[in-house]
Design a protein around this ligand. Structure first.
Ligand code: C2O
Ligand code: CU
Length: 466
């Protein structure tokens, strides 16, 4: 595994590169309203490190990583044809969209995986404005690590910020080898699966190391941060540049808020929309270790007059009724340095060499990976309260498919961010988090850790709304 030293060395490379090749971030956008967007998943060589280093063997949508930004308005229909030119089956999940179950893209649960040479048409309506993303959802630990993801931005019916004031930042944490290309040999390493997941040594924003963005002086701008890492929890301090919070995981707050704690944690798959009104340039830094720059913002003359932050329409989600909730408890166990207990997988208790052979080493309520029976059934419209207790030595980023939930209570955590709507929550070692939502979306939905190695190694279950 990469150590901190390698990480630093590569990051110093990043600073050099930023000086020699400072460029504005490239972004390709695709508007699908009325049309069909083709996303071709295929191997493509992409330079992640310095321009004089070799290209990495990535897997991309339409030859680029991130894939094209899909940009629509609330209530629009999105039509995407996924064409699979990889040599393994794939599918696309539309992370955070309260979607029709058949379009959720979970290979093996909501659809058959799309075989090599095959295609699948996704067709759905987006009910909420906000910052979302899409990514491969078959062998995600492999496919997302190789670059199969992109942004899905849903504008308000009257977009609150115009394009000069609205920036998408897809942040990814890659593991590069000594030659500066994606380290393929370590993909699937058991030590990552049993520890904190695949952590990298090279951060990119929109596929580039430390890109630069131009912001108009004194005008309200929206930064949409998406953590596309397999496993890294990013730490970001918006108070360093006067940033306020517009939205978590796509769902707008009633009004912009000061950060409730700093640095803010942004777990894998989580999103954070920030409001900034720059008077001078600033850096966006990752602060989980030594601070290092992710992106630079330079301030240019404004002109549009957008000085007041526009109001975002708040979330419109059904309020959970805690007095009549179905209560579900999830005890997380397993992993290195954790309490293993009995772990059952496909109906038998694992022991000895089974862990290595099945690659299962984490469990919810002592069960690893998708059991035949769901974690729970809920009647359509019922409130569900899930109490997750993390009895492992690692933090986890838990994602509910098809619904947004409110965080209703945290125990053992110094973080108090109120009761925001989210689709992914972090729970630290030995902590408890309670979430609640109205199960109003019929179908079979995953509940899993978004540290993709943990999901593959057992932290993956499902529930059904009937
Ligand atoms: Cu973003 Cu089941 O995933
Ligand atoms: Cu996890």
């Amino acid at each position: 595994m990469m150590n901190a030293w390698t990480r630093r060395r590569l990051l110093q490379g990043s600073a050099t590169m930023a000086l020699t090749a400072l460029s504005t971030t490239r972004q390709s956008r695709a508007n699908t309203s009325g049309g069909l967007l083709e996303l071709v998943a295929a191997p493509s060589p992409v330079k992640l490190y310095r321009d004089d280093a070799a290209a990495s063997d990535l897997w991309t949508y339409n030859g680029m990583t991130p894939g094209p930004e899909i940009r629509v308005r609330r209530g629009d229909r999105v039509r995407v044809r996924l064409i699979n030119r990889l040599d393994e089956p794939t599918s696309i999940h539309w992370h955070g969209i309260r979607i029709d179950n058949a379009m959720d893209g979970v290979a093996g649960l909501t659809q058959e995986p799309v075989p090599p040479g095959g295609a699948f048409d996704y067709d759905f309506v987006v009910p909420d404005a906000g910052t979302y993303w899409y990514h491969a959802h078959n062998r995600s630990w492999n496919q997302v690590a190789r670059g199969l993801y992109g942004a899905l931005i849903v504008d308000e019916p009257e977009p609150a910020f115009d394009r000069k004031h609205d920036f998408t930042l897809l942040i990814d944490d890659w593991r590069l080898g000594p030659d500066g290309t994606l380290d393929l040999a370590s993909l699937g390493a058991l030590s990552d699966w049993s520890h904190g997941g695949r952590l990298g040594n090279w951060l990119t924003v929109n596929g580039r190391a430390r890109p630069s963005f131009s912001l108009p002086a004194g005008e309200a701008c929206r930064l949409r941060l998406v953590n596309a890492s397999n496993a890294r929890i990013l730490a970001i301090d918006p108070t360093r540049f006067g940033g306020r919070i517009l939205a978590y995981d796509g769902q707008a707050l009633p009004a912009p808020e000061e950060p409730p704690y700093a640095p803010l944690l942004l777990g894998p798959a989580q999103r954070l929309d920030l409001l900034v009104t720059p008077s001078e340039g600033f850096l966006l830094e990752e602060l989980s270790g030594d601070p290092f720059p992710m992106a630079a913002f330079t301030v240019v003359a404004g002109g549009s007059g957008l000085r007041e932050a526009p109001r975002l329409p708040g979330a419109e989600l059904p309020e959970p009724d805690l007095t009549a909730a179905r209560r579900v408890t999830v005890d997380m166990t397993g992993g290195a340095m954790g309490r293993l207990g009995d772990i059952s997988y496909q109906g038998r208790i694992l022991s000895g060499s089974d862990f290595r052979e099945t690659r299962q080493m984490w469990a919810f309520n002592n069960v690893a990976n998708l059991p035949a029976e769901p974690l729970f059934w809920a009647a359509k419209g019922e409130t569900v309260l899930i109490d997750t207790h993390n009895d492992t030595a690692f933090p986890h980023a838990m994602h509910v498919h098809g619904h947004h939930f409110r965080i209703v209570e945290r125990q053992g955590s110094g973080v108090n961010e109120g009761r925001p709507w989210r689709d992914t929550f972090l729970v630290g070692s030995t902590q408890r988090t309670r979430i609640a939502f109205v199960a109003d979306n019929p179908g079979k939905w995953l509940f899993h850790c978004h540290m993709l190695e943990h999901a593959a190694a057992g932290m993956n279950t499902w529930f059904e709304v009937v």
